[in-house]
Design a binder for this molecule. Structure first.
Ligand code: NAD
Length: 248
């Protein structure tokens, strides 16, 4: 399948996990990628795995409006168009809610929610020209209840909510804006999370996969590729759970 041949696609969080798998999937389908991450070494590793040598890597902190504005200026100057934006970058930590420190609350909201919004804000004028797509990676934490993730759940709930606003506001002008809500995917984020002390282990069941199996980030990348492609032309404003039935 070459659904992204001649398409310019931005992927954030491309240095690791779901973002890297998404970059590799889109690369295999012919995309010319602009990959964004805060981690230069990881981003270089992803770049070295790509087939398309016209793709590029950009070290950008998505929490910085100034850096994102500059990134999109450069993109416009170099490529003149954008066909899809995939927002994957994010951070997670678990805390008892009564112990969440303001710095950690702000960091999670700044990166996950405001960073995703900044990316959309600057991409929208270009995507309106191309009648393109946005796929935002939210989480089952936006839909169901997860213990110890007050800031993370608030950030993902925000992503799912504002994505629907964009879907309604720009859908009739040819844009598709959807969220993917994963759970239980084997990545550096999920493999060794910071946990609070003395947790009630009964609550762990609410964030564990039903069949006890964590899936590969490739299983999210395939869904993201579908939603970003013309195959999903009549899908707009959804939260697509890819969670092995966790919330069913
Ligand atoms: N792994 C799961 O089970 C799971 C479940 C639900 C949702 N998600 C979401 O999927 C997305 C990807 O998670 P992952 O599991 O692949 O994690 P990961 O930690 O492997 O990858 C996250 C990437 O985001 C980048 N990043 C972090 N802060 C950034 C910033 N300020 N600017 C630019 N890049 C930044 C990191 O450097 C990293 O490369 C996240 O939004 C996460 O919330 C993951």
């Amino acid at each position: 399948m070459q659904r992204f041949k001649n398409k310019i696609v931005v992927v954030t969080g491309a240095g690791s996990g779901i973002g890297r798998s998404t970059a590799l999937r889109l690369d295999a389908e012919g995309a010319k990628l602009l990959m964004v991450d805060i981690n230069e070494d990881q981003l270089e590793s992803t770049q070295s795995m790509l087939k398309n040598n016209e793709s590029s890597s950009h070290v950008v902190d998505i929490a910085s409006q100034e850096k994102i504005e500059r990134f999109f200026q450069d993109l416009l100057n170099t490529h003149k168009k954008l066909d899809a934006l995939i927002n994957v970058a994010g951070v997670l930590r678990f805390d008892n809610s009564h112990e969440v420190e303001l710095d950690n609350w702000n960091k999670i909201l700044d990166i996950n929610l405001t960073g995703t919004f900044f990316m959309c804000r600057y991409a929208l004028p270009l995507l309106l020209e191309s009648k393109g797509a946005i796929v935002n990676v939210s989480s089952t934490a936006a839909i169901g209840a997860h213990a110890w993730t007050a800031a993370y759940s608030a950030s993902k709930g925000g992503i799912s909510a504002f994505s629907k606003t964009l879907a309604v506001e720009y859908g009739m002008r040819g844009l598709n804006i959807n969220c993917v809500c994963p759970a239980s995917i084997e990545t550096p984020m999920s493999s060794n999370p910071h946990m609070p002390k003395d947790i009630d282990t009964r609550l762990l069941k609410k964030i564990m996969p039903l069949d006890g199996v964590n899936r590969s980030p490739d299983d999210i990348a395939s869904t993201i590729a579908f939603l970003a492609s013309e195959d999903a032309i009549h899908i707009n404003g959804i939260d697509l759970r890819v969670d092995g039935g966790l919330l069913t």
